[in-house]
Structure formats: C-alpha cells, structure tokens
Design a protein around this ligand. Structure first.
Ligand SMILES: NC(=O)c1ccc[n+]([C@@H]2O[C@H](COP(=O)([O-])OP(=O)(O)OC[C@H]3O[C@@H](n4cnc5c(N)ncnc54)[C@H](O)[C@@H]3O)[C@@H](O)[C@H]2O)c1
Ligand SMILES: O=C(O)C(=O)C[C@]1(C(=O)O)C=C[C@@H](O)C=C1
Length: 383
C-alpha cells in the first residue's frame, strides 16, 4: 500500500551531492539551489558536470570528499545505480543515500548483492520528467506537485527515509512510500508500457510519406511525445522491469488485435455494400474499446494529484503578434477565472493560431463572454 508522508520532516539538508548531472540530477540540483542548499556535482562525464555547474546547479565535487554530504542522490541510469552506490559509499561521500531510478526492485537487489550498506539507503523515484536528456534540458520546477515514490529497504532507518523525503519536499514534490514490487508494477502500467506503446506508434511514422507527416496535429504529438526519449536509457528501464511491462503490453496488444479484426470486418462489410458495415459484433467491439479508453483516461488524477478533473476547453482565435497571449490571459484574470492549462495550436502558414484555455467547467461561459466582449473570436457555442 502507498502511504503519504506528512508535510515537513525533521531531516536537515544543508549539503547534497548529486551523482549523475543529466536531466534529473541537474533538475534536482537547480531546485535545491533555489532553496539555498549547497550542492556538489559529480558525473562520470566531466562535461555534464561542468555544464550543470555553469547553469548554476552547484559546484563540482572534489575528487575525494573533504566531509560527507548530508545526502547523496544517485541520478544515473538504472543499470548503473548499484555500482555507483557502492563507489560512493566506499569513498564516504555522504551520510545517507537515495536514487531516482525509474525502477526500484532490480537496482536494490543488485546493491544488496554488491554488499552496499542498505541501512543508509532509501530508494526514490520522482514521477516528473521529460523526453530529453542531459543537463541542458533540466528545469528546477520539473517535480512541482508530482508524486515522488520512496521505497525504503527493510534496513533503512527512519532518519534515512526522512532525508529522502526532505529531498522530495525541497523539490516541491509529494513524497509517498511504497514497496518496490508495488512500485514497479504501478510504473509498468502508468509509465513504462505507455512508453513502449508510444514508440510502437511513432515507429509507424518512419515509413510514412512526408506529406502525411506534415499533417500531424496535436493528437499524434500527444500520443508519441514520450517516444522521443533516449532509447538507451529506456532500454535499461524496460529491461529492469521486464515482466510487469510485458504483462501490460500483452493486454494492450490483445485490445489492438481485436480492434484491427473488428475494423477489418467492418471494412469487409462496407466493401460488400452491407447496410451494417462489418456486422453489429465488430462495431460493438470497437466502440467498447473506445468507451473503456475514455473511462480509463477519466481515471487519471488531475493536477496536484487530486481526483480526476474534467476541464472545459475554450478555444480562442489569436493573431500571431507580440503580447496577444498576455492580453488573453489578462482577460481571464480580470474575470477572476483561473486558467488550468494553455495549449497553443499554430496553423501552418497563417498568421493566426488557436489558443486553447482549459478552465473549470462552471467558468467557461463567463470566459467566453469576456473574450468575445473584448473582440476575440471564440468558436464554440457557450454550454
Ligand atoms: N528522464 C526522465 O523523465 C526520468 C524521470 C524520473 C526518473 N528518471 C531516472 O533518472 C535517472 C537519470 O535519468 P536522466 O533522464 O537524468 O538521464 P540523463 O542521461 O539525462 O543523465 C544521466 C547522467 O548520468 C551519468 N552517469 C551514467 N553513469 C554514471 C556513473 N556510473 N557515475 C556517474 N554518472 C553517471 C551520465 O553521464 C549522465 O550525465 C535514471 O535512473 C532514470 O530512470 C528519469
Ligand atoms: O513526461 C515525461 O516525459 C516522462 O516521460 C516522465 C516519466 C513518466 O512516464 O511519467 C518518465 C519516466 C520516469 O521514470 C518518470 C516520469
């Protein structure tokens, strides 16, 4: 069972060592620096550590630590975690150790096998990230409001867990504890299998005609965004969580095969000039998958991890000129309406785009009226 950790911990973080200054390590470092915490940076690639330091994420760690940091964060790929932990512990780098790997069970088993001191280790996994790698992609706000799973070992002391929780809180995330098995099954469902599905779809684009790809809109982009991630990093993640991911992919594959069969039958019916393309069964199977998809999507919690919310989306035709977006947002502000999300759809070769404002459903009508009163075209009928 996952357990929320109450806000605030007694742990004090004054000096944190980041080992692995890529996307996640540097994002954590930047968040810690914003809180005035001293950050030391280490990476097996000196250039990555230098770039992170140049970005203001901290200072390069000395080759041999003068005194142990309060906490060392292993922000390296999953297959590298155990060896990096052993090395850091051998050099007395820190009092407490945590990691951020996307899979928890295998790195922990490997660390135990290597003889790491697991009493001073509590694994972690921030559920925030991007499809880009390296320090230049880092953002201090990457983990704001996101869950950060802590997987203490059987030996981790309370003080060690409190330090790992303090790190999550310092990054603006919400720490929750889970055991490694539950965590790995959960992320197989909500992160690892979705990555494979996105890659399978995006792989279709390699053979697609350029004229077709030129038409790609937000749907294609949304479904395949994460497929842009580093294949080597993701291969390591998937290999370390192989069985749970394979189970989810199998279930997805069954749904896809049934959908293809249903659509093929429907196509056959149309070709034969049938009044009811493909028969009732095929149509019902496809509709059932779409309905289950909509229901599953509706179960994803809304922002700040609260219950799933459905926002109303208000589209505004916006001219492509400086300050336009600011004026639209200002109009919402004047009407006292909180904007939950903004999406900008550029229309190729035209000087207008569509700005989609996601707002609470009860605010939509007022926002539409406010925007129309100020001269914008809002192409929806107020609900
Ligand atoms: N990318 C994401 O969205 C995301 C989100 C949450 C957690 N994670 C996890 O965070 C970890 C880092 O991922 P990332 O996206 O920052 O990758 P990244 O490629 O941006 O950075 C990894 C860094 O680790 C360094 N490194 C590798 N082996 C090392 C070693 N033995 N010692 C020191 N440095 C070493 C690399 O040189 C690189 O700079 C992974 O375990 C990943 O599973 C990733
Ligand atoms: O948003 C993204 O780009 C991510 O891939 C982030 C994401 C995820 O699947 O949610 C990816 C891997 C991590 O282990 C945690 C977060």
């Amino acid at each position: 069972m996952a357990a929320a950790i109450p806000h605030g911990t007694d742990a004090v973080l004054e000096r944190v060592l980041i080992i692995g200054t890529g996307l996640i390590g540097t994002s954590i470092a930047l968040a810690l620096r914003e809180r005035g915490i001293e950050v030391l940076l280490a990476d097996r690639d000196p250039e990555a550590a230098r770039v992170a330091a140049d970005m203001g994420a901290g200072v390069p760690a000395p080759a041999t630590p003068d005194e142990p940091a309060d906490l060392a964060v292993l922000a390296v790929p999953p297959p590298a975690v155990a060896a990096a932990l052993l090395d850091a512990q051998k050099s007395g780098a820190a009092q407490v150790y945590t990691d951020v790997a996307s899979v928890k069970g295998l790195p922990l088993a490997q660390a135990a096998e290597l003889g790491c001191d697991l009493a001073v280790f509590a694994g972690g996994h921030p559920l925030g990230g991007r499809e880009r790698s390296g320090p230049l992609a880092a953002r201090p706000g990457l983990f704001l409001g996101r869950p950060w799973v802590l997987c203490p070992t059987a030996e981790s002391t309370e003080a060690v867990v409190a330090s790992a929780a303090a790190l999550a809180l310092a990054c603006g995330a919400n720490p929750v504890t889970m055991d490694a098995v539950e965590h790995d099954r959960a992320v197989a469902l909500i992160s690892h299998a979705p990555h494979v599905v996105a890659s399978a779809m995006a792989a279709r684009f390699t053979a697609g005609p350029e004229r077709a790809l030129a038409l790609a809109g937000q749907g294609a982009r949304d479904v395949t965004r994460i497929a842009g991630g580093d294949p080597r990093l993701w291969h390591g993640i998937l290999a370390a969580n192989a069985q749970p991911v394979a189970d989810v992919i199998d279930a997805v594959a069954r749904d896809l095969a049934a959908a293809a069969a249903g659509l093929r039958a429907a196509a056959g019916g149309v070709a034969a000039g049938g009044a009811e393309p493909g028969g009732v069964g095929a149509a019902r199977d496809t509709l059932d998958l779409l309905a289950r998809g909509a229901a599953g999507h509706g179960r994803i919690p809304g922002k700040h991890g609260g219950p799933a919310t459905r926002h109303a989306v208000v589209p505004v035709l916006a001219a492509d000129r400086p300050g336009e977006l600011a004026l639209i947002v200002q109009a919402a502000g004047v009407a006292g309406i909180n904007i939950e999300d903004v999406l900008i759809e550029h229309s190729q070769g035209r000087s207008v785009g569509v700005v989609e404002l996601a707002v609470a459903p009860e605010s939509a009508r007022r926002l539409i009226e406010e925007l129309r009163a100020r001269g914008w075209s809002v192409p929806v009928a107020p609900a």
